[in-house]
Write a protein that binds this ligand. Structure first.
Ligand SMILES: [Zn+2]
Length: 593
């Protein structure tokens, strides 16, 4: 028996026992009694063979995180039924069990968890010994540890410090809260996080960015154990996979899909020897009981283990029903409704749902010139560098990264047409200033993005005479010109700020959404002529298509709003072109409402 930092002497005083050498399943089948269980009142390991291995890992202190991605109907709650009394008895430490809502948690505690704990012999005496006030609907306070049960919300996660964190239905947990819950263990050496879920979304949209969900990340970090069938015919092991489910699709006389034929013809085929197994309870049960997990990610983080099984591996699921469910979902998909197929994949196959997100088609027609035509600051047509009346002006925009800069130089005509003269990467700001001089860009026509390392950006703007600009969520900014009506524009008035290193820097805000709408029109050839050279770089081609406009749900208001979303990691040159568009709008070359 291992002891926790928060297990005081009382527990030991209650009687020291030699460590229980039985497997977790053996221990549980003797001590865990499931209330209102239809099949058997004691825990029965053969009722859910896909849970056997993850349960056994509870007796191993080197395990840091267990991620169980299982279909609906897999008896996921059994994990808590067994693990919680086992922990209290054999490896005590405080526990936080997070369920969907506070109400779900209360009901689970009352109807299931407390009855299990009270009927579990090794811990019943400890439980009986505590004051009745120490047994609440949201917590059980024992002398040597506490058990907290609550909904998956920040309040429940913030105040507790525990050794074990259990997260139920993790696919529903708000982004950021899984990490919050992990932090509750305060990185104890023997802490553990147990994540239990069906499949869920692979991505989450956060403001204007697409990221992996916490559940998907947790799974990807694990050793990704796939529940695998041991074929009685060829003696080989292959992962349970819905694509091995075979069935006949026939049409009825009136041309509809014959659902009865699908259900009747369903069978499971070993992908290695092509033996077909009949859809019968004893066949399915035999295959399921003989299955084992096979790790598929040897590069996973040490101590992070993941288990996955699809519904075809659960012996109580008829393959015919699954084939039917799939066929119906496919039918809906062909009619344009992808929700049923998403539900089937996440709930029945316990897979992650990847929203197809294709980068926009961007055809950059070379405009019949190359970058070296302008590499030493050569004029474009009748451009005059010294004159304020020049019909063409050029701007430089800079996207700042930790150890390099991305820059774009574009020349603009007053009718809004423009020509890209330089694009690429420069190592330092001094290098950018060199480039500026060579390319004949006026210092005040240099816009540097100020979102990252803002202080340094301001200092450089003072030093080199550039302008700092900030992309903002706002749709527009009010301007109050003297003796004229107030107007709303896609950029703010030019403001002054004291730079950290001294001096005054000029800065402005611009509307990320509105400016990118304008840029998308230019990129799509729908606005003024927007030229790119014949030898534009691969980086540019990749990054210029890095964002798309799509509908996203606002996290706070739940309103659906159309937003620019990043679909490729590197979007620097796209951002540089957005800042170029700000320059053109700011100077009145492109219209602004
Ligand atoms: Zn086989």
């Amino acid at each position: 028996m291992s002891t926790d930092a928060d297990s005081p002497v009382e527990w030991c005083a209650s009687g020291w026992r030699a460590p229980d050498k039985r497997t977790v399943a053996e221990w549980a089948s003797e001590n865990v009694k499931i209330p209102n269980s239809a099949r058997s009142s004691s825990f029965d390991p053969t009722a859910s063979p896909w849970l056997a291995e993850p349960l056994e890992f509870f007796s191993d202190d080197t395990v840091k995180e267990q991620v169980l991605i299982l279909p609906t109907g897999a008896g996921k709650t059994t994990v808590f039924d067994v693990a919680i009394p086992y922990i209290i008895s054999e490896s005590p430490g405080s526990i936080l069990l997070s369920m969907q809502t506070d109400q779900d948690a209360k009901e689970h505690m009352e109807d299931r968890l407390l009855p299990i704990l009270k009927s579990c012999d090794p811990i019943a005496h400890a439980l009986a010994g505590v004051d009745r006030h120490a047994k609440r609907k949201d917590a059980v306070i024992l002398p040597h540890m506490s058990l907290f049960v609550g909904g998956a919300n920040k309040q429940n996660f913030q105040r507790k410090s525990v050794r074990y964190v259990f997260l139920d239905e993790a696919w529903l947990i708000k982004h950021g809260l899984i990490e919050e819950a992990r932090a509750r263990t305060h990185s104890r050496w023997n802490s553990r996080v147990i994540v239990v879920s069906q499949g869920g979304d692979q991505h989450v949209h956060l403001q204007s960015e697409r990221r992996d969900t916490e559940l998907y990340s947790a799974w990807m970090r694990s050793d990704r154990r796939e529940f695998s069938m041991l074929c009685p015919t060829c003696d080989e092991v292959s992962r349970w996979d819905f694509k091995n489910l075979k069935y006949e699709v026939a049409k009825t006389e009136d041309g509809r899909i014959d659902e009865a034929a699908i259900a009747q013809s369903a069978c499971y085929e070993c992908p290695l020897c092509q033996t077909r197994y009949e859809d019968k309870p004893d066949v399915r049960r035999g295959l399921s009981l003989a299955s084992r997990y096979v790790a598929t990610n040897p590069g996973g983080l040490p101590g992070h283990h993941g288990w996955h099984a699809p519904a075809v591996a659960l012996f109580h699921e008829r393959w015919g029903d699954l084939a039917l469910g799939w066929t119906r979902a496919q039918k809906a998909l062909s009619l344009g409704d992808q929700e049923p197929i998403k539900i089937f994949k996440t709930k029945r196959l316990a897979e992650f749902w990847r929203e197809e997100e294709t980068a926009p088609e961007v055809a950059l027609g070379g405009a019949g010139y190359i970058k070296s035509d302008y590499q030493n600051g050569e004029a474009w047509e009748d451009e005059e560098f010294e004159s304020r009346l020049s019909p063409i002006v050029r701007a430089m925009t800079i996207d700042r990264q930790r150890d390099h800069r991305w820059a774009v130089v574009r020349a603009w005509k007053r009718d809004g047409s423009s020509r890209l003269l330089w694009e690429g990467k420069v190592h330092t700001s001094e290098g950018v200033e060199e480039l500026r001089k060579r390319m004949n860009v006026r210092p005040t026509f240099v816009f540097q993005d100020a979102q990252f390392e803002t202080g340094q950006v301001y200092d450089e703007c003072v030093k080199f005479g550039w302008v700092a600009i900030h992309g903002a969520k706002d749709d527009g900014f009010m301007h109050f010109p003297k003796n004229k009506p107030a107007t709303k524009k896609f950029y703010s008035e030019l403001k002054r700020a004291s730079a950290p290193g001294g001096g005054t820097a000029l800065y402005l805000f611009w509307s990320n959404e509105k400016v990118k709408d304008v840029l998308a029109n230019l990129r799509g050839g729908k606005g003024a002529r927007w030229e790119t050279p014949d030898d534009v770089s691969g980086d540019y081609i990749h990054q210029i298509a890095s964002e798309v406009k799509r509908d996203v749900v606002n996290a706070t208001t739940k309103a659906v709003v159309s937003r620019w979303v990043r679909v490729r990691k590197d979007n620097h040159l796209w951002d540089c072109e957005a800042m170029q568009t700000v320059f053109a709008i700011f100077n009145g070359f492109l219209g602004s409402s």
